[in-house]
Design a binder for this molecule. Structure first.
Ligand code: UTP
Length: 290
């Protein structure tokens, strides 16, 4: 029987310093994209890919995320009294089922690799997805669903996109064996934030991964990489030498909501997709003098 990806890890323990002061008291992952928090999109995407168990790696000051994925009894009673059934149902419908959400705490933000390692006891012995809420996709098929559909049932997989050389040193970059135009291909290794001249390709890893517990064999060593952080990219590079490892070029547009410009662009793009907002926003944009 094919191995299914049933569990997803959402690392939300970072400090979000690029968004200060907005993120002083508000988790970056709770910033609204139109009218839903970034983390809400990531959970919806995971559900669309068939994920059944949701594991959040949180940290200090992140309790708003736990509250978001729970009932708010006062609010629900108020909506009930008002007869706002549509709003009430939309709040209730997407809550993950009881017992299917787990929270573990990254006591110090030591890096993305460390955050994923903190979830090791909740993963057990099966492949799992990792979703970074600050990468958001507008795609005909949700990004993780594209990955799960292409996943061969063993080894690791990363979502990648072509990035120009001026920006390549902000990403993990794959060393790849790719035949013309295939969208799924074998990865030989990864390099974290290379200088443009050292980049092994123009394909950058974006915030979606399918991993197997073998990755914890590396992360258990707690080795520090670039910037003194425990880097997930270093663990993936090690894993690529030990197990089958694939890259998939995602069909869709990614927005990096971890930086201000990407976040603003995402808000415009997502609002223009909405029937209730499109006309008014487009009319306003046409009046903007550049
Ligand atoms: P980022 O590096 O984009 O987030 O990590 P950050 O460190 O919070 O942001 P800046 O650079 O200071 O603005 C991507 C994801 O990984 C999580 C973050 O919460 C974010 O969702 N992360 C990062 C952790 O969970 N733990 C860490 O130690 C680092």
């Amino acid at each position: 029987m094919a191995v299914r990806v049933r569990k997803a890890v959402f690392p939300v323990g970072g400090l979000g310093t690029r968004f200060l002061p907005a993120t002083k008291a508000l988790p970056k992952e709770m910033l609204p994209l139109v009218d839903k928090p970034l983390i809400h999109y990531a959970v919806e995407e995971a559900r669309a890919a068939g994920i059944e168990e949701f594991i959040f790696v949180t940290g200090r000051g992140k309790s708003a995320i736990e509250d978001h994925f729970d009932h708010s009894h006062e609010l629900e009673e108020l909506l009930e009294r008002r007869g706002s059934w549509e709003q009430l149902n939309s709040l209730r419908d997407w809550l993950p089922p009881p017992g299917k959400v787990a929270y573990t705490r990254q006591q110090e933000p030591l890096g993305l690799g460390h955050a994923v390692w903190c979830a090791r006891h909740l993963i057990g012995d099966e492949p799992f997805a990792v979703l970074l809420a600050d990468d958001v996709f507008l795609a005909p098929t949700p990004c993780l669903k594209q990955m799960v559909d292409a996943y061969p049932g063993k080894g690791g997989m990363v979502a990648v996109e072509p990035v120009d050389s001026a920006h390549i040193s902000s990403y993990g970059v794959i060393d790849v064996k790719r035949k013309n135009g295939e969208s799924v291909f074998e990865v030989r290794g990864l390099v974290e934030k290379p200088l443009p001249k050292d980049a092994p390709s123009n394909l950058a890893v974006v915030g979606r991964y399918i991993l197997t517990p073998i990755v914890f064999d590396y992360l258990n060593r707690q080795e520090r990489g670039k910037g003194g952080e425990i880097q997930l990219t270093d663990a993936l590079s090690w894993m690529a030498g030990k197990a089958p490892f694939y890259g998939i070029q995602i069909n869709g547009k990614r927005f990096d909501c971890g930086n201000k410009s990407g976040y603003l662009q995402a808000n415009i793009a997502f609002a223009l997709e909405r029937e209730d907002l499109r006309d008014e926003l487009a009319a306003y944009l046409r009046t903007v003098k550049l």
